[in-house]
Design a protein around this ligand. Sequence first.
Ligand SMILES: O=P(O)(O)OC[C@H]1O[C@H](O[C@H]2O[C@H](CO)[C@@H](O)[C@H](O)[C@H]2O)[C@H](O)[C@@H](O)[C@@H]1O
Length: 378
Amino acid sequence: MAQTTVVVPEVGMTAATPTACPCPGSLFPYPPPRAGMAVSRKCLRAAQAELGAGMLSGLVESMRASSPTHARAAAALAAGVDDEHAAWMARHPSALGKFEEIVAASKGKQIVMFLDYDGTLSPIVDDPDAAFMSETMRMAVRSVAKHFPTAIVSGRCRDKVFEFVKLAELYYAGSHGMDIKGPAKSSKSKAKGVLFQPASEFLPMIEEVHQRLIEETKHVAGAKVENNKFCVSVHFRCVDEKHHDVQSWGALAETVKGVMREYPKLRMSQGRMVFEVRPTIKWDKGKALEFLLESLGFADCPNVLPVYIGDDRTDEDAFKVLRRRGQGVGILVSKHPKDTSASFSLQEPAEVMEFLLRLVEWKQLSRARLRLRRQADA
Ligand SMILES: O=P(O)(O)OC[C@H]1O[C@H](O[C@H]2O[C@H](CO)[C@@H](O)[C@H](O)[C@H]2O)[C@H](O)[C@@H](O)[C@@H]1O
């Protein structure tokens, strides 16, 4: 059977490729983690000096670009980039506007929902510990999960994202997909009881780098280090951006990079006003999506339509997997044009909720229609 992919025509698609998922519980053959060396402040300063000025300014530029809420994005809009925005919207149309097209593509297929948390289900706020989702959003996610297998895929520690979402019937992939657990509820689920932690051997190293980053960034007012179990976030949303101040973004970037040099088995990426530190293993949100599809019995299956909604750079790995498989719907949550492999867009969590509720309504109506048809045929 032909595989269906919902894409906007301008963006090319490759043919679907088979999934390659590891067995649940198996560990990757990674070399044993090397404990981070304790390095003196002098060594750290030397490492920092090694960072060329150009490289550092590049990093600060990328920090600036890391959140569409940043003043620059607003200034760019004010400067009249309407054309650029319109062109971007043409390439990534609203998933609400294309709703009928999306559900039509699910004909004969099982929709599986993948939802990022921060910026997708909850609005972005200054304090990561206060990123609560609304009760109405929770109800919408609960309703969606009644009709479709639903997973939360987050950079956060799994327990923490569960504390925010509070729905036991969902699948959770925390730490950027490195901590996957099937639903505690729902005995019907094929993936019930699944637990997959491909980076478990990195736990001591992550704990160590977490402590080091707290220590090294404590002089930077507003910096916040968050332990996400298999990865660490260093937030700079509340750090003053001044260039010549020790408490600037540049100084923070230098400090984090300096610490990272001590841990070659870890890598750093950037999210929305945050540095993400994680193991160098080949595992990300895209791999988590494939793993969950396989656990649900949809490996190499043409009769599935994964729908992934996310707002962050780390969600791009999942959008790319959908493109590579030639299967599924990637939806980027953003008000501003961004480089993305997603096919569609939604502006903000409120639109995500609307999309979820429309899916539920559509599913209920389709079921009611089917019942009526069967009654009429009987
Ligand atoms: O994959 P996600 O669920 O989107 O998690 C990515 C990171 O989200 C959180 O940080 C972001 O949201 C915060 C609260 O709105 C905001 O203050 C911060 O600037 C954002 O980067 C979370 O705190 C991180 O640990 C996650 O990695």
